[in-house]
Design a protein around this ligand. Structure first.
Ligand SMILES: [Zn+2]
Length: 274
């Protein structure tokens, strides 16, 4: 059995403000340590089921956050960007059996600690077939196309409510309660780690079938709301992307692989307009 773990930082217990998510800040050093501790707890729980291979994908910002010298020796680490499938790049290279998302967060436009989708400077909201979608929805739907089910997610209470609706069979570990976009009440680190470890083990024991978010079916109509009108001007230059309104573009994708690849391309492009 092979497990893939996507590691983000915004949904980790003890993380609630931007300074903690950007390298160069003193607060970031503590946050990346908390991030690796939560990942290690998940790895530890998974190992107890006798799993043969675990790959951790560093998926926050420049994707070089997890200190490899503190990562469990039971896991391999994928780092750096750009990568073909963004946060989940690597899924195409091996027959993985399960996906878990640690330190995850709510979608852009939704309530939640540090809520955003892929790039807070590029997207105000991302919708697929009328449903607001965040990173958990997009990447685990892509994983489903590779036959890999989302077994477990961790983050705040708002994401918990969303996951219960979009992926009712997946385990969820709430490690904090949102008190605002940049404020949270976190569990003690030791308790969060215990819960993560237990849920990782439990979810592997009752592994379920892969599903797209909300059980959506192809074709997928992607609607992207940009931060500025100029960004939509730019996004509409991509062949196949249609202009819908001053701050919106739309695209029809046959797969989440295409849809996510387009979003990551738009995200990279967005930096070129003010
Ligand atoms: Zn992140």
């Amino acid at each position: 059995m092979k497990l893939l773990i996507i590691a983000d930082i915004e949904g980790v217990a003890g993380v609630c403000c931007r300074e903690q998510t950007v390298s160069g800040n003193a607060e970031y050093q503590m946050a990346r340590q908390l991030m690796v501790e939560e990942v290690n707890a998940v790895v530890e729980g998974a190992v107890r089921t006798g799993i043969s291979e675990i790959t951790v994908i560093d998926s926050h910002g420049p994707m070089i956050n997890l200190p490899i010298d503190n990562l469990s020796p039971q896991a391999k680490l994928v780092q750096g960007k750009p990568r073909a499938l963004g946060m989940i790049d690597g899924i195409q290279f091996a027959d993985y059996d399960a996906l878990m998302m640690v330190g995850a967060h709510s979608a852009a436009g939704e309530y939640g600690v540090l809520a955003h989708t892929i790039n807070s400077r590029a997207f105000l909201k991302v919708e697929v077939n009328g449903q607001v979608m965040g990173e958990v929805d997009l990447y685990s739907s892509l994983a489903a196309e590779f036959g890999v089910p989302l077994l477990m997610v961790s983050g705040d209470d708002h994401l918990k409510a969303h996951v219960a609706e979009a992926f009712p069979e997946s385990e969820y570990v709430q490690v904090k309660k949102a008190r605002g976009a940049y404020a949270a009440e976190s569990l003690p680190v030791s308790i969060a780690k215990e819960l993560l470890s237990a849920a990782a083990r439990q979810s592997l024991l009752k592994r379920h079938q892969p599903k797209t978010a909300f059980c959506l079916e192809s074709p997928y109509r992607l609607t992207v709301s940009s931060i500025s009108q100029a960004q939509s001007d730019l996004y509409a230059l991509v062949p196949g992307v249609e202009r819908v309104s001053p701050n919106q573009v739309s695209y029809e994708a046959g797969s989440f692989k295409d849809l996510v690849t387009l979003l990551n391309s738009l995200s990279a492009m967005s930096a070129s307009v003010p």
